[in-house]
Design a protein around this ligand. Sequence first.
Ligand code: 0GY
Length: 307
Amino acid sequence: MAVLFEKTPGWLDWYANPSKPRFKLPEGAVDAHCHVFGPPARFPYAEGRKYTPCDASKEQLFALRDHLGFARNVMVQATCHGADNSAMVDALDAAAGKARGVATVKRDITDAELQRLHEAGVRGVRFNFLKRLVDFTPKDELMEIAGRIARLGWHVVIYFEAADLPELIDFFVSLPTSVVVDHMGRPDVTKPIDGPEFALFIDFMQRHENVWSKVSCPERLSISGPPALGGEPYPYRDVVPFARRIVETFPDRVLWGTDWPHPNLKEHMPDDGLLADFIPQIATTQELQRKLLVDNPMRLYWPEKTR
Ligand code: 0GY
């Protein structure tokens, strides 16, 4: 039989047997950034996508959730499925209330379709600015979408590279919703933490109380990588000061997620158990851990349960 969608050559499969984290997650913890991919016979990957991932089913995601000790997931629409959110909606339906979603939509989406996404559990849209992942969408189109989803009480998730923040910041601050930054705005962790690039990000969050950050994806940002056997005491040590600075400065506006199944990684695929062990390095007290993993994501994605 012909192979319908072959994974992009050279990209790694997700880690099949993750370790059990040594860090015990607080009760009710939320994995606030993860994806489902395929199966493409039912949910084909988008035409014009920049990569083809390996399949990652809802059942596999739920098994990982339980294995790591999370109670809930926030599934984020990735570019390989374009603006067809049906794989994610299918997973939301199967999650029985234990998942919420962040969709990708186009300007021509109808109000009825937005309402259906809301009923499925979608609470945000994602605007992606990474040139290796998406083609350019005009800002007036994004602003129009933001205005419409604001009326549903949703927020906007933004994904960009640190070097692009100066050019994008005026657009971000004009968004009429809460704004959640993916992966800390992808800081270059070889640059000084007190240098101008990261200072701009901190200032962005400081001045705008509607801006939140996911302190996720150390495996994408790290140069030092995971601990070598018998080597370094903890994983992704070069990312720790950046993530810790954000958690300690904005404890009520941070989220954490695995990013499972980690699309687009070529050199190193993280053990998700080890990734969870990264959390106490960046949120060093039980109070910070509870805010990061429970209180903050619940306030944003399940506000009806926190009133
Ligand atoms: C992530 C990161 C990446 C991919 C996507 O939508 C996507 O395709 O977000 C990446 O390649 O950095 O959050 O999954």
